[in-house]
Design a protein around this ligand. Structure first.
Ligand SMILES: [Mn+2]
Length: 456
C-alpha cells in the first residue's frame, strides 16, 4: 500500500489521464475502477480498450502525449515505454528481469514482490489498490475488483480466492458490497432454471446429464425436486434440497470414474455483489464477469464499462443480447469439434478449426472440450482458429494436476510462438498465441517439446 500510494499521489497531481486497459472482463473492471476514481477526483480522463500492445498501438499511445495509466496490461512491454509518462497496474509477467523485482516505482505488479499474479490478484484488484489509496470512498468498488479476479479465474485452482484477493474481499464485506459462501460453484446459480444448470454444464461435464434436457429433469425429480427443476433456480432451493442435489452430483461423478478430488471441486467459495438484485446476471461475480467478457469479445467493451459504471437498461439489454450471441457461437463451435474429432500429437491434443470457429471463443471451447467426452485424454489441448489477415489464433488449456507437475502453458506458448515470429502468453493453466498461418504443425511440435521439458 505504501508503493500504491506513491502512484496514486502521482496520478492525483495530473490534470488529465489516458487509461489504457485490456479488452476482457478483468480489463473492463480495472479500467472502470480507474475511470471512476479519476472522475471522483475531478481529473479529466479518456479510456481505450486494447487486445494487445503491439508496436503500432504503443506509438499511438505515445503520440497522445498524455500521462497514461495502463491497467491489466503493460508489464509485458515495459522495456518499450521510453519517452512515455506512465504508470502500470498489471498482474501479467513483466517482460524484463524475469519477473524479479524491477526497481521502477511506476510499475505496480505482484510479480515484482515475488507474488504470483495469476492467482493472488487481478488487474482490477491492483487498480483497486491504487484507487483506495486515492480516496477511502473508493473502497466500495471491491465488488468490481472481485469481478475482475473471477473473470481471470483466479479462484479456479483452489476453488476459493486467496492472497491479496482475500484482503479485497475483507474490505468489500466491511463495506457491505461483497458476500461469500460455500456453495455449488456452477455457472447460472442465479439465472438458470435448475435443469438447465445441469443440462448446460460443461465444466464439469456430467455424463448422462450434460446436454440432455429430459435426463436432467428426471434426475432432479428422482431427488424430490417436484417439477424437475423447471421453475426453480438454484438460489431458490432450500438448503436441504441444495445438499441433496450436490451430493447426488458428486456421487454421479465418482461413479463415472472421476476422482473424489475432482468431484469435490463442485463445491467451493462463491462470491456475490450485495448491491445487485439476487436472481440477476450481476449478482454472482462469475456471471457478471461472463457478461462483461461477452461484451469485450465482440468489440463492445464500452457497453460492459457502462454496466460497471452503474448504467443499466439499454446497456444491460445490449450486453444480454451479446451474451446470447456468444453462447450460440460456443454451442456451434463445440458441435463442430464433436463432428470432426480431436487429434493427438505427442503430449498434446489439438483441433484446427480453420474459419469454422471464431477466434473470440476458441479459448472457451478449448476449455470445454478438455473437460468433455470429446477429449482424447488429460493432456493439454490446443485449439486453432483463423484470425483476420494471415494469422492463426492458438488457445491452450490444461488441468491443475499438470500445472502442479510443472506445466506452464504461458511460458510454453510464448516460447513456441516467438520462434515462429508470433506472440503468446497468458497463465499457467490457460494461454493463447498468435502465429503466422501455415505454421500450426511446427507450432505443435515446438509446444510439445516445451511441455515435455517442463514435465522433466
Ligand atoms: Mn487480468
Amino acid at each position: 500500500m505504501k508503493d500504491a500510494s506513491k502512484i496514486s499521489d502521482l496520478l492525483m497531481r495530473q490534470e488529465e489521464i489516458h487509461i489504457v486497459t485490456h479488452i476482457d472482463a478483468d480489463g473492463i473492471a480495472a479500467g472502470t475502477i480507474a475511470k471512476k476514481s479519476l472522475d471522483r477526483e475531478g481529473i479529466e480522463n479518456t479510456i481505450r480498450f486494447v487486445k494487445q500492445l503491439d508496436e503500432d498501438t504503443i506509438e499511438e499511445i505515445k503520440d497522445t502525449g498524455k500521462m497514461t495509466w495502463f491497467t491489466d496490461l503493460g508489464s509485458g512491454i515495459i522495456s518499450k515505454l521510453d519517452g512515455l509518462d506512465y504508470v502500470i497496474t498489471d498482474h501479467h509477467m513483466p517482460d524484463i528481469d524475469g519477473g524479479k523485482r524491477i526497481h521502477n516505482w511506476r510499475h505496480f505488479n505482484p510479480h515484482t514482490y515475488g507474488i504470483d499474479g495469476s492467482k493472488s490478484i487481478s488487474g482490477a484488484g491492483l487498480a483497486y489498490m491504487i484507487s483506495i489509496s486515492m480516496n477511502r470512498e473508493n473502497r466500495d468498488m471491491a465488488d468490481l475488483a472481485m469481478v475482475g479476479a473471477s473473470g481471470d479465474l483466479q479462484d479456479a485452482a483452489l476453488c476459493r480466492f486467496f492472497g491479496w484477493n482475500r484482503k479485497i474481499i475483507d474490505i468489500g464485506k466491511k463495506e457491505g458490497v461483497l458476500g461469500t459462501m460455500v456453495d455449488l460453484r456452477m455457472f447460472g446459480r442465479h439465472t438458470r432454471p435448475l435443469y438447465k444448470l445441469l443440462q448446460y454444464s460443461d465444466d464439469p461435464f456430467f455424463p448422462g446429464l450434460s446436454g440432455r434436457e429430459s435426463a436432467c429433469i428426471s434426475f432432479l425429480k428422482s431427488l424430490g425436486i417436484s417439477d424437475g427443476g423447471r421453475e426453480k433456480r438454484w438460489i431458490e432451493l432450500s438448503p436441504d434440497d441444495r445438499k441433496r442435489v450436490t451430493s447426488a452430483l458428486v456421487k454421479l461423478l465418482i461413479s463415472k470414474g472421476f476422482g473424489s478430488a475432482f468431484s469435490s471441486r463442485l463445491v467451493g467459495e462463491v462470491c456475490e455483489l450485495k448491491r445487485e438484485k439476487a436472481g440477476t446476471e450481476l449478482r454472482d461475480v462469475k456471471e457478471y464477469a461472463t457478461l462483461l467478457n461477452s461484451t469485450a469479445r465482440y468489440g463492445y467493451a464500452e457497453v460492459g464499462m457502462r454496466i460497471c459504471m452503474g448504467d443499466r437498461e439499454e446497456y444491460l439489454k445490449k450486453a444480454n443480447d451479446l451474451l446470447k450471441n456468444h453462447r450460440r457461437h460456443i454451442v456451434n463451435g463445440i458441435q463442430f469439434v464433436k463432428k470432426e474429432g480431436v487429434q493427438e500429437y505427442g503430449m498434446l491434443q489439438y483441433f484446427n478449426a480453420g474459419d469454422h470457429i471464431r477466434d473470440t471463443v476458441v479459448g472457451i471451447i478449448a476449455g470445454i472440450i478438455l473437460h468433455s467426452r470429446e477429449a482424447k485424454n488429460d493432456n493439454p489441448i490446443v485449439v486453432f482458429a483463423d484470425k483476420d489477415g494471415r494469422e492463426v489464433k492458438a488457445s491452450a488449456r490444461t488441468t491443475a494436476p499438470l500445472v502442479s507437475r510443472g506445466v506452464d502453458l504461458s511460458k510454453a506458448m510464448q516460447k513456441a510462438a516467438y520462434q515462429l515470429g508470433g506472440t503468446g502468453g497468458g497463465h499457467e493453466m490457460a494461454a493463447g498465441a498468435t502465429i503466422p498461418r501455415g505454421t500450426e504443425d511446427e507450432f505443435l511440435k515446438m509446444l510439445d517439446k516445451e511441455i515435455r521439458n517442463q514435465l522433466t
